[in-house]
Design a protein around this ligand. Structure first.
Ligand code: C2E
Ligand code: CA
Ligand code: CA
Ligand code: CA
Length: 279
């Protein structure tokens, strides 16, 4: 196969996608995307497991690229992390999420929460608590409405640093949630050492609830353990009513997944309130 002239051939070929990907996904373009305000937050509802009412949202970043269309985080977050651009991107995410909380509070929806995803590097950066504090004070938003999601990967970093960071954020009033709980190797380190408030049960366990009794056992045990430790549980990636029913019977606190809604642009949020009601 000739590859030398693929860029000029003009007809579609399977390499085209890869080519576009290679050229679009550079550090320079990521920086430009940030400057040109091409990033968007999509919001996926989180519902009360008993009632199905919307209680908050997870904010998920997308890149609305002028030529390539919507680009998902799986394609650019690694690059953002390796180039350090994850810091300004993460700050943008926080700023957006806080502004959304402010708008809801102004409309009498002060109970609504937003969860944001943080990379370990940003979360542990010395400036991070100051930035958070500045954002919420300027917007007049309560810290407990902003939930900070970190993955178990953070535990691979210096444990003392992680513990003191989580403790400080807790004192400041923020909630910490452990994303993809059960997927990594350090789940129990979190429970033992870090003052967290919530765990998000990894989608993989949820997807096998109906078919695999081992998954049911694992999820049941996670929920039971969380109850003993006074932590909230969110079932992630709920796609069927059966999964909802099982999680309800197991006593899960909250749910999130395509069964309720895919992540949507901000304009579609009111439609979700109409459909599911809100706390
Ligand atoms: P995550 O934090 O585990 O987010 C959940 C992902 O699962 C989202 O993919 C969401 O669209 C998808 N999802 C939700 N419900 C379902 C379901 O029922 N079934 C299935 N199959 N998938 C479901 P998305 O938006 O592509 O995000 C992928 C990952 O990118 C996120 O995983 C998170 O780790 C990262 N990410 C997203 N936004 C940000 C951000 O603002 N900052 C950072 N650092 N990472 C982000
Ligand atoms: Ca997440
Ligand atoms: Ca997750
Ligand atoms: Ca909650």
């Amino acid at each position: 196969r000739k590859t030398s002239n693929r860029k000029s051939s003009g007809v579609y070929n399977p390499d085209m996608h890869t080519y576009l990907k290679e050229t679009v996904l550079s550090e320079m373009n990521l920086r430009k995307g940030l400057d040109m305000n091409e990033f968007k937050l999509f919001y996926q509802p989180q519902v009360n497991c008993r009632t199905g009412e919307v209680i908050g949202f997870e904010a998920l970043i997308r890149w609305q690229h002028p030529e390539r269309g919507l680009i998902f985080p799986g394609e650019f977050i690694n690059l953002a992390e390796s180039t350090g651009l994850i810091m300004p991107i993460g700050e943008w995410v926080i700023q957006e999420a806080v502004q959304q909380l402010k708008k809801w509070a102004e409309r009498g929806m002060g109970k609504m929460t937003v969860s944001v995803n943080l990379s370990p590097r940003h979360f542990l950066h010395h400036n991070f608590p100051f930035y958070l504090d500045k954002c919420i004070r300027e917007a007049g938003v309560k810290p407990e409405k902003l939930i900070l999601e970190i993955t178990e990967n953070v535990a691979l970093e210096d444990q003392t640093a992680v513990t003191s960071r989580i403790s400080l954020l807790k004192e400041m009033g923020f909630s910490i949630s452990i994303d993809d709980f059960g997927k990594g190797y350090s789940a129990f380190i979190y429970l033992q050492h870090f003052p967290i408030q919530q765990i998000k049960i990894d989608r993989q366990f949820i997807s096998e609830l109906e078919t695999d009794s081992k998954s049911t056992g694992i999820v049941q045990t996670i929920i039971h353990l969380a109850e003993l430790l006074g932590l909230q549980t969110i079932g992630e990636g709920v796609e069927t009513k059966e999964q909802w029913d099982i999680l309800k019977s197991l006593g899960c606190s909250e749910l999130q997944g395509y069964y309720f809604s895919r992540p949507v642009p901000v304009q579609e949020i009111d439609g979700l309130f109409d459909k599911y009601g809100r706390a």
